[in-house]
Design a protein around this ligand. Structure first.
Ligand SMILES: [Zn+2]
Length: 77
């Protein structure tokens, strides 16, 4: 007779992990806009004030992998 104790493990994994993530943020101190570097263009403009953005770091929850681009797919646009 044995009980499964996997509940503890699951609880542990459900904690949101914060990872240091590269972002771009607006240079304007009053503008709170920022975007993850992986979703941004090379020199992104602020989506709110259209001003320049600069690189920064931010602790963010890990992304779900499902949005990742699949390079192996053969699709020509
Ligand atoms: Zn801005």
């Amino acid at each position: 007779m044995y009980r499964k104790v996997s509940v503890n493990v699951t609880a542990e994994e459900s904690k949101p992990k914060l990872l240091p993530t590269k972002i771009y943020k607006c240079k304007d101190a009053e503008c709170k806009a920022w975007v993850r570097e992986e979703f941004a263009e090379t020199n992104p403009a602020c989506p709110i004030c259209k001003g320049p953005m600069h690189r920064s770091m931010r602790h963010l929850p890990a992304l779900q992998k499902k949005i990742k681009r699949e390079p192996a797919k053969k699709s020509l646009f």
